[in-house]
Ligand binder design. Structure first.
Ligand code: PBG
Length: 331
């Protein structure tokens, strides 16, 4: 019993709530969160998304109240997804000046000029086939042809006032192409948040209902990553950083915490993790039916931050903002 480690009792620092708080290594903060918003054409629409409870489709005129609520809660960043008026082979509704996302960007900035506006840059919600780019006649996704369109979308978002564009398509060279096009058009101050390690995941299911973006045939495995690979994720991140990404992202989050940690340790870059729709749906439904206690939500988010994410895109952003606010009030 005189070995030194017999003197060490780690439970001492777990004795009380306030001691635990003193030695806590990871804390969630309202400024960690980015809230996804889905915008639709039409008027007077605020309609709950069945697959993503307590998240809504908003028409532009209904965005104002939502943005005010987010600002009041202390949420500082949103990521926008749009459901367009029409779809075609090359997703042309995605880069129009009066496209749904372009209108939403202007609206958000009008209501709160300080709200950080990030836009998802992809074509899957805008193409008639639901794939993330331009298809050849035999249904192959053409990489280099797609780059032109993605950059066009990014420039149109920048023009409408976006602070940051977030390409989620997984084409090769898209960051380089987009950075060049943004710079050539005078948008050197618009940042790129790259969905660098984006996996071909079943956890996007509820989102595809929300964004009406499921592929009409096949899957996304020729462009999104194989869930079994992590060395390749590091190569994806490295390429995006070299091509000019300002922030790199791992997506999904909960099943890929090791990838988040590895990327953070390897690059020391600003890192985002996207806690995707399937993660939200699992937790939300389990909590709602009483299978899990509500604290599972915070525990999951803190695990993502502990793994190395500096910021988290989450459908729980409002929930967490309310929770953190209450805790501060009580302290
Ligand atoms: C668009 C895109 C997707 C998600 C974000 N951007 C869907 C996909 O790649 O199929 C998923 C987000 C989520 O599940 O919450 N490419």
């Amino acid at each position: 019993m005189d070995r030194i480690d017999s003197k060490i009792r780690l439970r001492r620092l777990r004795k009380s709530k306030n001691i635990r708080s003193l030695v806590r290594e990871t804390r969630l903060n309202i400024s960690d969160f980015i809230y996804p918003l889905f915008v639709v054409e039409g008027e007077n629409i605020k309609k709950e998304i069945p697959s993503l409870k307590e998240n809504y489709h908003f028409s532009i005129d209904k965005l104002e109240d939502e943005i005010r609520e987010l600002s009041d809660l202390g949420i500082k960043a949103v990521i926008l997804f749009g459901l367009p008026k029409y779809k075609d082979e090359c997703g042309s509704a995605s880069y129009m000046d009066d496209g749904i996302v372009q209108k939403a960007i202007r609206k958000v900035k009008e209501v709160d000029s300080e709200m950080v506006v990030i836009t998802d840059v992809c074509m899957c919600s805008y193409t008639s086939h639901g794939h993330c780019g331009i298809l050849s006649e035999d249904g192959e996704l053409l990489n280099d042809e797609t780059l032109e369109y993605l950059s066009k979308i990014a420039v149109s978002h920048a023009k409408a006032g976006a602070d940051m564009v977030a390409p989620s398509d997984m084409m090769d060279f898209r960051i380089e192409h987009m950075r060049n096009e943004l710079d050539d058009n005078g948008y050197t101050n618009v940042s790129i948040m790259a969905y660098s390690a984006k996996y071909a995941s079943a956890f996007y299911g509820p989102f595809r209902d929300a964004a009406d973006s499921a592929p009409s045939f096949g899957d996304r495995k020729t462009y999104q990553m194989d869930p079994a690979n992590s060395n390749e994720a590091i190569r994806e991140c490295e390429l995006d950083i070299n091509e000019g990404a300002d922030i790199i992202m791992v997506k999904p989050a909960l099943s890929y915490l090791d990838v988040i940690r590895r990327a953070k340790d390897t690059f020391n870059m600003h890192m985002c993790a996207y806690s995707v729709s399937g993660e939200y749906a699992m937790l939300k439904n389990a909590v709602d039916v009483g299978l899990l206690s509500e604290s599972a939500i915070e525990e999951s988010l803190i695990s993502i931050k502990r793994a190395g994410a500096d910021m988290i895109i989450t459908y729980f952003a409002k929930y967490m903002a309310k929770k953190l606010k209450n805790e501060t009030c009580r302290a």
